[in-house]
Design a protein around this ligand. Structure first.
Ligand code: SF4
Ligand code: SF4
Length: 478
């Protein structure tokens, strides 16, 4: 017997292998019992809102722009109706960093609250796919028996219906994610136009649908346990003060079956056997776990803090007339010492970093110019003369209009004052949330030109409002 085999066969063997794999490394399919209880109800209600948001957000428009858009290809991002253009990428990066630090902070305080309550993977799997499976194939035990039973017409039809619905859902999820990336208008175009016009788009749609189908029909909890880096980093983000779904080992141990004697003692108003904890070793908390965790072994990588075991144990405690909360949201320090220290050093450090990054983001966001202009000399051009011998230089003006309305751009010469500015191109209407370029022709009288590179200053206006003053050079070739 190898060392690993010896370790995995031992009572502590769960520490040496993933719980959804047997000791030979083969995946064991998990058949969790359907959870029911207070927390499951709260999660169900929250999931309705989140699903409505996830499916709806790409189709909601604010001033004609998609409410949420992550168009990486065109570097256009819309967060909650606010458009961020390529020039604002530093803000998008800061926003992402703020989100990541927020997740770190919440994780340090409340553990994997994101995984159990908010993560799309959990929401889709537990609140859509699993519920459909319960509806078609029954509860966890029935599903296991159903899988073990030989193929029959009933089994074939149920499996076929289940997988058709699974794929339809994956198609809807895949298309929704695509709408976040390429935009809902483009997605609708791909769907409604003749297929030959969007072969690449359709191929991506099919690919996304197949990936989501594979994840939710087959891969399932492995996404959380093996793939997701967030789950893997848990151990460095939490400490003894982090509030997690935890088993109160002080109250529960030593565990033991709820016997007839316990029942009789209870009937007489006695607390039962003195050497027994409150855990009656019914295994219900493990049966409902979607990742096969026995929470009584303490915090484990596979636990996504879904609260199913809290509901299961509360139901058991109610039946055996003991206080609820043997499994509950609490920290190791609270169970062990009865005290909770809210602001651990880790939390303080995350709070400081979070405050700094969020403040910088807010300042830069508020201060960001809604019209950006860049005015440079036209590349590769020196000066030319007009018929009167006056000198002419050309410049390129790039404008970024981030407003939700069109703007009219004017360019005026600040110094010297006796030159003539002409815009070559139409800047009377720079469309909302768009970029435009034009050439600027500056003519200066020859008697003005006292030096080969004369400094000149332009002022740029958007809808008659001053935007920026730009200094550049006027070159003269004798
Ligand atoms: S141990 Fe409890 S909270 Fe953790 S995943 Fe399993 S059921 Fe959910
Ligand atoms: S559900 Fe509660 S009582 Fe039953 S085994 Fe789990 S912790 Fe013990």
């Amino acid at each position: 017997m190898s060392v690993i085999e010896a370790q995995t066969d031992s009572p502590e063997g769960f520490r040496n292998r993933l719980l959804n794999f047997d000791k030979d490394g083969h995946r064991s399919k998990i058949y969790p019992q359907k959870p029911k209880g207070k927390f499951y109800n709260y999660r169900t209600i929250l999931s309705w809102f989140l699903l409505a948001f996830l499916f709806g957000a790409p189709f909601v428009k604010v001033y004609g722009h998609q409410f949420m858009l992550f168009n990486i290809l065109e570097r256009k991002f819309v967060l909650f109706g606010v458009v961020f253009m390529p020039q604002d990428l530093y803000l998008v990066a800061l926003a992402m960093m703020t989100v990541i630090i927020s997740i770190f902070l919440f994780t340090a305080i409340l553990g994997r609250i994101w995984c159990g309550w908010l993560c799309p993977q959990t929401i889709f799997l537990e609140m859509l796919y699993r519920k459909i499976e319960y509806l078609i194939e029954g509860d966890g035990i029935r599903q296991r028996l159903f899988d073990q039973a030989p193929m029959s017409a009933n089994k074939f039809i149920r499996k076929a219906i289940k997988h058709i619905i699974f794929f339809a859902l994956a198609f809807a999820i895949g298309n929704t994610f695509l709408a976040y990336i390429i935009g809902s208008d483009q997605l609708i175009k791909i769907i409604t136009d003749p297929p030959s016009q969007h072969v690449a788009g359709l191929a991506v749609m099919v690919f996304f649908s197949l990936v989501f189908y594979a994840v939710f029909a087959r891969f399932r909890e492995q996404a959380c346990v093996i793939v997701c880096p967030y789950g893997r980093y848990q151990s460095v983000m939490i400490d003894v003060d982090t509030v997690l779904v935890s088993y109160d080992f002080k109250r529960g141990e030593p565990r033991g079956k709820f016997t007839k004697q316990d029942k009789e003692a209870q009937a007489q108003g006695l607390s039962g056997a003195a050497n027994k904890g409150d855990c009656i070793d019914c295994h219900k908390c493990v049966d409902v776990c979607p990742t096969n965790v026995d929470i009584r072994n303490g915090i484990q990588l596979e636990c996504v803090n879904c609260t199913a075991c809290i509901d299961a144990c509360d139901e058991v405690m109610e039946k055996v007339k003991k206080p609820k909360g043997l499994i509950r949201y609490t920290s190791l320090s609270t169970i062990r010492d009865g005290a909770r220290h809210w602001l651990s050093n880790t939390v303080k450090a995350y709070m400081i970093v979070w405050t700094i990054i969020t403040s910088v983001f807010c300042y830069l966001y508020i201060a960001r110019p809604m019209t950006e202009v860049v005015l440079l000399r036209a590349p590769g051009m020196l000066s030319t003369n007009d018929a009167q011998g006056n000198k002419i230089n050309f410049y390129v003006l790039d404008i970024v209009n981030k407003h939700y309305h069109d703007v009219k751009i004017d360019v005026k010469l600040v110094s010297p004052t006796n030159g003539k500015v002409q815009i070559i191109g139409d800047l009377s209407k720079v469309k909302e949330v768009s970029e435009k370029s034009a050439r600027i022709m500056l003519t200066l009288p020859k008697e003005n030109l006292t030096m080969a590179d004369l400094p000149v200053r332009f002022a740029v206006y958007a809808n008659n409002e001053f935007v920026k003053e730009v200094e550049t050079k006027f070159l003269t070739v004798k």
